[in-house]
Design a protein around this ligand. Structure first.
Ligand code: MTE
Ligand code: MO
Length: 246
């Protein structure tokens, strides 16, 4: 299928899909309570066509706060870092017709998108940064999801002190959103290790925990019920909302 057409169709159905879900969540008192401080941020962020607001260069925060599990120190990650990530491979597999792997050089050679958007952590702090990288939709479309594909799961290099891996997921529509980005550069430089090098997901339309740092593998699945705790993400497994829209 014509790629532009595919993207346009996916985006319009993604936007159509937003309203019923949003309405269901709006009617859910628990969800309101949960969002707490983030709720106040929502009106400022959501654009009229479902796009997160983009900012001028002058709005970029002078410090990009770090607030996540610690930067990975595993032998695997340290080796990749020592080699300037020349050994890094991003695997895209699962319910796809075209399983693929990308080197960092290949990702850098693809069409790049730049966005200056605000990251909103569920805990109530925000930061504005300039991210550049490859549209997640380009990578997902190239893998040709099968008919049974529903979610895109991001496996990360970091683990918590219990040894549990960080992971996240989006549904296919969210993954095709025009601002869903695999970030390679932050504020004009390659993403540094503390902000998720070499590849960090940026999803400005959803809460910060969706923006997975240190992405090692993208797995397309029909269901995430059998992955880790079964709720579609590290924080979701601890009770946070999966949808996390803002
Ligand atoms: N791999 C990974 N990604 C992650 C996290 C994490 O702990 N591990 N924390 C999430 C949360 S809750 C937030 S607010 C942001 C913080 O990103 P920053 O440290 O670059 O500001 O990363 C998100 N992505
Ligand atoms: Mo967060």
């Amino acid at each position: 299928m014509n790629r532009k057409l595919f993207l346009a169709r996916s985006i319009s159905s993604a936007l159509a899909a937003c309203s019923p879900i949003g309405t269901a969540l709006n009617n859910n008192a628990g969800f309101h309570h949960f969002l707490g401080s983030a709720q106040g941020l929502s009106e400022a962020v959501i654009g009229t066509r479902g796009l997160a607001r983009e900012y001028p260069e002058s709005a970029i925060s002078s410090v990009y706060r770090i607030d996540s599990l610690p930067t990975p120190t595993s032998a695997r990650y340290m080796d990749l870092l020592a080699g300037d990530f020349r050994g890094y491979r991003l695997t895209v597999d699962g319910a796809v017709d075209r399983k693929s792997t990308y080197t960092l050089a290949q990702l850098r050679a693809m069409p790049q998108q730049t966005q200056i958007t605000r990251h909103d952590c569920v805990e109530g702090w925000s930061v504005i940064g300039k991210w550049s990288g490859v549209r997640l939709g380009d990578i997902v479309a190239a893998a040709q999801p099968r008919a049974d594909a529903r979610y895109v799961v991001f496996h990360c290099f970091d683990r918590d002190d219990q040894g549990t891996q960080y992971y996240e997921s989006l549904d296919l529509h969210q993954a095709m959103h025009p601002q869903a980005l695999l970030g390679l550069r932050l504020n004009g430089a390659d993403v540094d290790p503390d902000h998720g090098a070499p590849v960090r997901l940026r999803v400005p339309t959803q809460l910060g925990y969706k923006s997975a740092k240190w992405v090692s593998r993208i797995e397309v699945v029909g269901s995430f019920a059998n992955i880790e705790g079964g709720h579609g993400g590290y924080w979701e497994d601890q009770g946070y909302e999966w949808y996390a829209g803002i």
